[in-house]
Write a protein that binds this ligand. Structure first.
Ligand code: ADE
Length: 239
């Protein structure tokens, strides 16, 4: 397949940096570009999935939405890695906590993604239901968080295909059987793509809701906690 790809309207790979931060929400990608980057260009807006490249601390970095769920991040991350020469993708997303030790607004570094999804098997023949991030990126993210003084909890998470379901106890099985501390919907496919293509991936998550301790949060609190996650990812990307 040639570029531009079906889902990224960019004809020049040099417009996309080697490291891409991927929030789920394309408007969050725009927010990061507007707030943190200089010399910004928009390299794609197909289906309103916005992608930007700019500079942070003098280093080029891209930020692009992934959309929600494994099929969506599967498409975008595959095209970035395989057709645009991207080497590192750091997902920055939100997650629901399965454990009292993970409170709303905590920042999580994903150590492994467990899933019922068949994505990795169908795409690449991988039979494992657990996919791992890059150790090298996780080490750098841990160091970046320490430098910024932002607490980071490393945890295994559940990558789910289901947001609305009738089985209200399924999450408990994922917590006890697989030690999943939180749930999101993308990392398993991202990590599988990186493994298959010889690239690097990692994921930072902000806890946005809890299955065990529902809390009421303000917009300001949410914004601050999302900034912490973005700052860690940007710190890594600029070094
Ligand atoms: N992302 C944030 N909260 C979530 C939840 N409860 N389930 C799946 N993904 C999420």
């Amino acid at each position: 397949m040639a570029i531009p790809t079906p889902h990224i309207a960019c004809s020049d790979p040099s417009l996309i940096a080697k490291t891409v931060l991927m929030p789920g929400d394309p408007l969050r990608a725009k927010f990061i570009a507007d707030t943190y980057l200089t010399d910004v260009i928009c390299f794609t807006s197909t289906r309103n999935i916005l992608g930007f490249t700019g500079k942070y601390n003098g280093k080029r970095i891209s930020v692009m939405g992934s959309g929600m769920g494994m099929p969506s991040i599967g498409i975008y991350s595959y095209e970035l890695y395989n057709f645009y020469g991207v080497e590192n993708i750091i997902r920055i997303g939100s997650a629901g906590s399965y454990d009292e030790s993970l409170r709303i607004f905590d920042t999580v570094l994903v150590s492994s993604a467990v899933s019922e999804s068949n994505y990795a098997k169908v795409a690449f023949g991988y039979r494992s239901h657990q996919m791992k991030p890059s150790k090298a990126l996780n080490t750098k993210l841990t160091k970046a968080a320490a430098k910024l003084g932002i607490p980071l909890t490393e945890a295994a998470i559940h990558s789910s295909d289901v947001f609305y379901g009738e089985n209200k106890d399924h999450w408990k099985e994922m917590r006890t059987k697989y030690n999943c501390m939180a749930v999101e919907m993308e990392s398993f496919a991202l990590f599988a793509n990186a493994k298959a293509l010889g690239k690097k991936a990692a994921c930072l998550l902000t806890i946005s809701d809890s299955f065990v301790a529902p809390e009421i949060t303000t917009a300001e609190e949410r914004q601050t906690s999302f900034h912490n996650m973005m700052k860690i990812a940007l710190e890594l990307a600029s070094n």
